[in-house]
Design a protein around this ligand. Structure first.
Ligand code: PRP
Ligand code: URA
Length: 208
């Protein structure tokens, strides 16, 4: 599946502030959350609706609602957790699973350290969230873990993606639809996204 890159002037504007190295922790966190709202809006575009009866102050009507319990959002620790806030603003009853992965600085390969999912991942829609898709290693590993656990319907939400990672992810997991707010030039020798926004985890948590 071809990745979906969102295009919107407001999103472009917010990404520019997010990328700026002078943007501080508070604003960076807020922007991650705001950009996630856009992505969440897009990923829910094909959500199933069911009919309910609602009484407005004027009359009863048939209205449409989403089953919020049908969605499990899975942040990849740590940086993915910075996106939870944006997700639960839109879908307050969404279930949240966690996958702990970090990139080994030497090998640049993902190392697993935590895995905890809500029940029912076989039948629910799983949406992995991580602001950065660089080599694709973490995303690929997270999807593999979830599939091994029975997940069948998986989507991947990232803010900035590198073409190299997107290609690899499509090769290994062609069934997973990827959504992002920007596809950048590529990776540098340290496998950071160029121009990117630096280390998302460090900027969200103020660790550097
Ligand atoms: C970052 C990012 C992704 C991963 C992307 O996390 O949040 O999980 O790198 O790189 P990849 O596509 O090459 O795997 P990092 O490993 O820096 O951990 P952190 O979230 O704890 O900072
Ligand atoms: N992880 C990040 O946080 N930033 C990158 O550019 C690549 C991986």
């Amino acid at each position: 599946m071809e990745p979906i890159e969102l295009k919107h002037p407001l999103l472009e504007h917010k990404l520019s502030i997010l990328r700026n190295k002078k943007t501080g922790t508070k604003e960076f966190r807020e922007l991650i959350s705001e950009v996630t709202l856009f992505l969440c809006y897009e990923v829910m575009k094909d959500a199933k609706l069911h009919e309910v009866e609602v009484e407005t102050p004027i009359k009863k009507m048939k209205a449409q609602m989403i089953d919020e319990n049908n969605y499990i959002f899975v942040p990849i620790l740590r940086a993915g957790t910075g996106m939870i806030d944006g997700i639960v603003k839109m879908i307050p009853n969404a279930k949240i699973g966690h996958i702990g992965l970090y990139r080994d600085e030497e090998t640049v390969k993902p190392v697993r350290y935590y895995y905890k999912m809500p029940s029912g991942i076989e039948s629910k829609e799983i949406i992995i969230i991580d602001p950065m898709l660089a080599t694709g290693g973490s995303g690929i590993d997270a999807i593999t873990l979830l599939k091994e656990d029975g997940a069948k319907n998986i989507k991947f939400l990232s803010i900035i993606a590198a073409p190299e990672g997107l290609k690899k992810m499509q090769e290994v997991h062609p069934d997973v639809q990827i959504y992002c707010a920007a596809i950048d030039e590529g990776l540098n020798e340290a496998s950071y996204i160029v121009p990117g926004l630096g280390d998302a985890g460090d900027r969200i948590f103020g660790t550097k």
